[in-house]
Design a protein around this ligand. Structure first.
Ligand SMILES: [Zn+2]
Length: 212
């Protein structure tokens, strides 16, 4: 297997591995270990000089190599058509920062690669949206926590009033065991502690209702 064969192009080292080692002199595919991408090119196997020559043709400048590095990280997400939603869950903060840098570099370069540039722009825009969404979620969680605390602090008074009004049994199944106070519109969705928004539910009926 042709692993760890080193080529230096424009001052950058690349290692090439033949993924089809049973058939030396085959058409590959070859894996460029440093670009993390497959090169399926007939001429790659013929001789070492030609391998170098071919890669030089593919990636003529440092910017173009950067573009390829950026793009190869995304390729399978782009192909699956859902990279925008999922990509941020698959990479660490540092990796995402690195990709953002590469995307900006690619966008500001003169390289004629509209498809890759479009992916880069989409990535930057998606990252912005993702960040906003994360902040929204955090604020919402804080607010919900605060509201729950508020409700718990006056829970006993509310409980007495509700018993006066409704008795003390599950609104759905009339059980009198494991009674909980349920917010009809959940606290997390902005529901109030007004009596109109409260009902007794047993634990079983409450959990089958879902979010409380
Ligand atoms: Zn019930």
């Amino acid at each position: 297997m042709r692993t760890n064969i080193k080529y230096t192009i424009n001052g950058i080292d690349f290692r090439i591995a033949d993924l089809n080692p049973l058939f030396p002199g085959s058409n590959g595919p070859f894996l460029c270990l440093d670009l993390n991408c497959q090169l399926i090119e007939k001429s790659l196997f013929q001789n070492d000089d030609l391998v170098t020559g071919t890669i030089v043709n593919f990636y003529e400048s440092k910017e173009e190599i950067t573009a390829m590095l950026f793009f190869s990280s995304f390729e399978h997400y782009v192909l699956q058509g859902h990279f925008v939603e999922n990509i941020f869950h698959f990479y660490s903060e540092e990796e995402i920062k690195d990709m953002l840098d590469k995307a900006s570099l690619l966008l500001s370069s003169e390289i004629d690669c509209p498809y890759e540039k479009n992916v880069a722009a989409e990535f930057i825009a998606a990252h912005k949206l993702h960040k906003i969404k994360k902040i929204q979620q955090k604020v919402k969680k804080n607010l919900t926590g605060k509201r729950r605390k508020e409700f718990n602090s006056k829970r006993n008074q509310i409980l007495l009033k509700l018993i006066e009004k409704y008795g003390y049994s599950c609104t759905k199944c009339e059980s009198i065991d494991d009674i909980t106070i349920d917010h009809i519109i959940p606290i997390s969705k902005g529901g109030s502690d007004d009596q109109d928004n409260l009902q007794f539910l047993c634990r079983k009926c409450n959990s089958s209702k879902g979010d409380s």
